[in-house]
Ligand binder design. Sequence first.
Ligand SMILES: Nc1ncnc2c1ncn2[C@@H]1O[C@H](COP(=O)(O)OP(=O)(O)OP(=O)(O)O)[C@@H](O)[C@H]1O
Ligand SMILES: [Mg+2]
Length: 374
Amino acid sequence: MSPLRVLAARLQQLVDRIDPQAGRYRMLFESSPLPMWVLDDESLRFVAVNDAALRLYGYSRDEFLGMSASDLRRHDERRDFLRNEPGGSVYRGVFRHARKNGEPLDIDGVGHLVGWRGRRARLVVINDITERQRTQQALEHVNRELELSHERLRALSRRLLEVQEEERGRLARDLHDDIGQALTALKIQLESLHRAGEPALQARVAEGVETVQHTLERVRQLSLSLRPPQLDDLGLAAALRSHLDRQAGVAGLAANFDASEAPQDIEPDTETACFRVAQEAINNVLRHARAHAVWVRLFMAGGRLALSVRDDGRGFDLEAVRRRGASGASLGLIGMEERIALAGGSFELRAAPGQGTVLLATFPLRRQGSEQAA
Ligand SMILES: Nc1ncnc2c1ncn2[C@@H]1O[C@H](COP(=O)(O)OP(=O)(O)OP(=O)(O)O)[C@@H](O)[C@H]1O
Ligand SMILES: [Mg+2]
């Protein structure tokens, strides 16, 4: 040990003896598991460092004491003083530092202004937050990825519904125009054959006419349920009324329809979404409810288009059905929710065993944000 160092040590012992607290603080400093150092407030050079800091950074004591604060920093653009306490005696900052071997270190440092051998100095306590920062960044990354895949899924769902709608429209037209016309021609031919034909064949020809008539009716029904032309020509209310009457008529159910308070000028996409939701709800009433009557209403609610479909049937256990739906057993309700969500609407279903079912859906009249999501 150099004579100067011996002298310094001796002096320190004297200082410690004069102020017994100083010895205790020094012990705390040296043995603390938290990395700490003392910086000269003016030159920002290190004047003391504890073992924990040396272990964290990988420098020897001499190397460390030969450096200043900026030598530890890697990218000081991330320097970020979170606060400067009133009175200016506490500093706090998050820094990106580097170990001696170049590995990055993220630290959260708290500095206190202290007196150090007659000079102003900063006693800095370091918290290594490298892992925490890494985890946080990984989480943020995962969240961004999740958000992205949700967006992709939404765009895909929307596109799928559009394609399905176009395809249904095309099929409905083909069925109605091509097949329908061919069947009509066949029927006319059979009828003329029936008039001119031999008496022995007449009964069979009449049977053929009946079969063709029946098939024509089926084709017409199919075409209508695929894409009712009223939806494009006369609008939602007319299409829904005719669909309800047709379906309820077949099932022998009393149908009540009210669109007296329905808004005008609904966007075509919203009309289609609302029609499809109503179609599935009515379908569910016919298939599951064992109801006597069904009420369908289109109206305005809070500036939105609202649809309610109510029945007086046997109702059902909503929770149990939700659980079953989650496993993919049935898709009707899930499809409805999806369609309504894509249209920016809301969906509410009230059902209890023995108490009928009410479905309420609302749709915004002017769709917002649909362009960027598509
Ligand atoms: N109006 C209703 N009255 C009684 N039960 C209903 C009604 N609507 C739905 N349910 C019940 O909810 C279940 C789920 O309906 P959902 O429409 O999701 O599927 P599904 O009609 O069974 O099959 P699909 O996927 O063909 O629509 C039905 O199986 C039925 O038990
Ligand atoms: Mg269904």
